[in-house]
Design a protein around this ligand. Structure first.
Ligand code: SF4
Ligand code: SF4
Length: 444
C-alpha cells in the first residue's frame, strides 16, 4: 500500500533505535504508588477511599465526577497512606491518593481473568470502558467513553487507530503493536461495533516495519479493517494530520474530528478497551519508554500507573556515570514537559521519560536573535498557521489579534516552528503561555 502524509511537518532525528532492542520488561515498583485524581481532561475524580483503608490492585479509589471525568484505579495492593497535594510531572500540584505498596499486587476478585466469549452489547462495551477509567493514552487524556458516545453513530465513517508515534525517542506503541497486535485489533473491532458504518484504519509510520508486519498479519482477511502506512514525519500523529491523511478531509478551525466523520483512538487505548471488555481489567498499567542519551539502558517497560519516574530511571540502569543529566522530559523532546523533579508519578497518559545530557532550550536562549522573516515556521506548521505573526501578537499580549485573526488557539504546540527557526525564537513556549492566559481569562 502506498505511503501517505500531510502538508508541512519536519524530520527530526528519531533516536528510536535506543529503546527498541531487548524485551519489554514488566516492572513491579517497590515504593509507594501515587494517583493524581486529575489524570484526564474534565472534572477530577472524587476519592472514595480514606487514609488507613486497605485496597487491592484493580480497585476504584476515586470515582468519576460526572460524565466528562474518569475513574482512578489502584494498580497495587496496600494501605491508603495519605490523600494530599503532591507534585505532578508538569510541575503543578494535584490531589493525590498515596498507596503504601505491600509488594503483593493482589488483584481485586474478578479482575484480569478472561471471562468473556466475545459477544457484547454496545452498552456492555461503553460501560466497561467507563468503569475501567480509560482515557486517551497517547498524551491527550480525554475520557474514551465520552469520545465514543455518539448521538449519531451512523455519521462516523472512519475509526483511525493511531499507531504513528511520531515523537523522537518514544517506542512504546511500536512495541505494543509488535507484541499485542491481536488485542489491539479486538479493541478496534469493539469500537467499530459502536459505529456500524465505519471502517477501521490502523495508521503506522513507515519507520516501524515490524509493527506494520505484525498488524498486517492479524488484519489479513478481516473485513472493514486495514493498515495504512504513513510517512515518518513529525507531527504525523497529530489528530488533524491523521484525519487528513487517512480520510482526505480537513478539519476547519474549531471543528472536532466527529464533525468530519472521524474518531481517532491511540493503539494503547484500543488495547486497554480489549482488556477492559474481555478481562474486566481496569486501566492500571501501560507500556512506557525510558530513553535519551543520559540513561544507561534505554528500553520499554510495562509499568503500573502510579509508579514514580525516579524508580524507572533506576530500573533502566540509572544515569550514565560519565554524564550530567541536564533535562528530564515527561514525553519526548518535541511535546514533552520538562520535569522539575523525578518524584512525580506516571499517569494514564504518560508514555515516556526522555533523559538528555543537553538542554536545547538553554542552548537556544543563548543564541536567540530577532526574527529574520524567513517564513520557515509557516512552511512547516501542520495546522497552516503563521507562527511569526502569532509570536509578535503573543509578545505584545495582543490576544484579540492572536485568537480572532491568527487562530492561535488552534496551535497544537507541536514545536515544529521552534525546531526550524534560525533565530531560535521560543515560539512554542510563547504560544503555550498565550493559550493559558486566554483560557484563564475566558474561565473568569
Ligand atoms: S507549535 Fe503551533 S504554530 Fe508552531 S508549528 Fe506547531 S501548530 Fe504550528
Ligand atoms: S522561522 Fe523564525 S526567523 Fe523565520 S520567520 Fe519564523 S519566527 Fe521569524
Amino acid at each position: 500500500m502506498s505511503v501517505k502524509t500531510f502538508r508541512g511537518g519536519i524530520h527530526p532525528e528519531g533516536f528510536k533505535e535506543l529503546s527498541l532492542g531487548g524485551p519489554v520488561t514488566p516492572y513491579l515498583p517497590q515504593g509507594d504508588l501515587v494517583f493524581p485524581v486529575n489524570q484526564h481532561i474534565g472534572k477530577p475524580a472524587k476519592p472514595v477511599v480514606k487514609k488507613g483503608d486497605l485496597v487491592k490492585a484493580g480497585q476504584i479509589i476515586a470515582e468519576a465526577d460526572g460524565f466528562v471525568s474518569a475513574n482512578i484505579v489502584s494498580s497495587c495492593s496496600g494501605k491508603v497512606k495519605a490523600i494530599e497535594e503532591r507534585a505532578t510531572a508538569s510541575g503543578t500540584t494535584a490531589t493525590c491518593i498515596v498507596i503504601e505498596n505491600d509488594g503483593e499486587f493482589s488483584l481485586l476478585e474478578g479482575v484480569g481473568k478472561k471471562h468473556h466469549a466475545g459477544t457484547f452489547s454496545n452498552k456492555d462495551i461503553l460501560d466497561a470502558i467507563q468503569r475501567a477509567g480509560i482515557v486517551g493514552m497517547g498524551g491527550a487524556g480525554f475520557p474514551t467513553h465520552v469520545k465514543l458516545t455518539s448521538k449519531n453513530p451512523e455519521s462516523i465513517d472512519y475509526i483511525i487507530a493511531n499507531g504513528s508515534e511520531c515523537e523522537p525517542y518514544i517506542t512504546c506503541d511500536d512495541r505494543l503493536m509488535q507484541n499485542q497486535s491481536r488485542g489491539i485489533l479486538d479493541g478496534l473491532r469493539l469500537v467499530l461495533q459502536l459505529f456500524p458504518d465505519a471502517i477501521g484504519v490502523i495508521a503506522i509510520e513507515d519507520n516501524k516495519p515490524e509493527a506494520i508486519k505484525s498488524m498486517e498479519a492479524v488484519c489479513a482477511g478481516e473485513k472493514g479493517v486495514m493498515v495504512q502506512p504513513v510517512q515518518a514525519k513529525y507531527p504525523e500523529g497529530g489528530e488533524r494530520n491523521l484525519i487528513s491523511v487517512v480520510s482526505g478531509r480537513d478539519l476547519k478551525f474549531g471543528q472536532l474530528p466527529a464533525d468530519v466523520g472521524c474518531i481517532v483512538c491511540n493503539v494503547a487505548s484500543l488495547y486497554a478497551i480489549y482488556r477492559a471488555c474481555y478481562f474486566s481489567e481496569p486501566l492500571m498499567k501501560r507500556y512506557f519508554t525510558v530513553s535519551g542519551d543520559a540513561v544507561a539502558h534505554p528500553g520499554t517497560f510495562e509499568v503500573p500507573i502510579g509508579t514514580s519516574y525516579q524508580e524507572l530511571v533506576e530500573a533502566a540502569g540509572g544515569i550514565k556515570p560519565d554524564v550530567t543529566l541536564k533535562k528530564a522530559l515527561s514525553g519526548g523532546p518535541m511535546m514533552g514537559i520538562a520535569m522539575p523533579s523525578l518524584s512525580a508519578p506516571i499517569t494514564k497518559a504518560s508514555n515516556a521519560l526522555t533523559l538528555l545530557s543537553e538542554d536545547d532550550v538553554e542552548l537556544a536562549e543563548a543564541q536567540q536573535t530577532a526574527c529574520i522573516r524567513c517564513g520557515r515556521c509557516s512552511r512547516v506548521c501542520p495546522i497552516h498557521l503563521i507562527p511569526q505573526m502569532m509570536a509578535d501578537a503573543a509578545e505584545k499580549k495582543n490576544y484579540e489579534q492572536y485568537e480572532k485573526r491568527l487562530y492561535g488557539l488552534d496551535c497544537i504546540a507541536c514545536g515544529s516552528c521552534t525546531w526550524v527557526c534560525p533565530a531560535k525564537r521560543p515560539l512554542m513556549q510563547l504560544f503555550k503561555q498565550a493559550k493559558a492566559e486566554i483560557l484563564a481569562a475566558k474561565r473568569k
